[in-house]
Design a protein around this ligand. Sequence first.
Ligand SMILES: Cc1ncc(COP(=O)(O)O)c(C=O)c1O
Length: 402
Amino acid sequence: MPVTQAREITPAARLENVRYAIRDLACVADEVTRQGHKVLPLNIGDPLTFDFHTPAHMIEAVHKAMRDGKNGYSPSSGVKEALDAIRGEAARKGITSIQDVFVTTGVSETVDLCLTALLNPGDNLLTPCPDYPLYSAVLAKLDIGLNAYYLHEENGWQPDLDDIRKKITPRTRGIVLINPNNPTGSVCTRPMLEQIADLARRHNLVIFADEIYDKLIMDDDPHVAMAKVAPDVPVITFGGLSKNYLAPGWRIGWGIASGEASVMKPYLEGINKLLRSRLCANHPEQYAIKPALEGPQDHLLEVKGKLRSRRDLTMKWCTETPRVSCVAPRGAFYAYPSLDIPEDDEIFVRELIRQKHVMVVHGSGFGQRPGTKHFRIVFLPDEKTLATAYSAIGDFLRARYS
Ligand SMILES: Cc1ncc(COP(=O)(O)O)c(C=O)c1O
């Protein structure tokens, strides 16, 4: 007689704290799609959903790697030619004290491995608020509570140094800095980087410098790498192919570890242990790293031109629209306007999807100062699509709140 399993299988309790607002909204969008409407996704930072294309020479390189039989496992840290290219790129970024480099399944895996290799129960990690929710999701998985520091909206979303100082405890092991920032589009000033490096020095912190958008700065001011400013401080710099090189589906990211060799050694042994235990990153796609970093960079001119024009359109709308104001983004492809509305920003976002079929993400999904409300716009679509979306959001605001 067949045996049926009677009790439901409950997931681990620590998953209670795993939230990923960007994709969690999909349920509302599905509901709207089932009713026969087309939803305009201004919620996911995937350039390939819009008029951006992976550079052809990178596709050729992966195709060739597959034809050449690079379809087995690779070394756990990554293939040599990719690692050499990443070291070269680190040198161009002015990073001099490189101790290790490794290739991962997207920056998402770099973050997972580096945080897992560092944190013990009871430790904490400073993360920005608002933040890219991957960090809080990984911390929840590790059963580590959040120790979030505010970004300062009135100061162009620069990190709030006083708040960072207040939140450092004897169990703080590191600090995450996302620069250029998701969700605000801000870019850190050099003096800010220097002050954060100084705090890290004094409190023995590892800096996680998430620089995945470092080539997408719209106003052509240079990006300054944290590890360049602080060669003596333990820094893991995150980079990858998803954003700068328009290949998010390939899931290729990397970490560049820099600092003093003797200080970094035990931690890097821990990271390498985890790298070995998950075998390797996608193998053939690693062969796109060298052509990406060392080959033609023409696509960047085109991408930045489009982003500049779409950012400007977004800012014009924010400036002209009642109840909306926004710090102009300078990097990446996100704007994070503040909302002056009498209800939760999550209700605003859910109703906007239901009524106007435009999907943005609520500020509460990224964390924000109590009493403030925001939403994140991905301004990757072309100007015509953006104009339609903004007109719909404007109509929604007028009808609901005036
Ligand atoms: C700041 C930041 N870090 C990391 C990631 C994840 O990147 P990957 O596609 O390399 O996993 C993203 C993706 O949106 C991001 O915005």
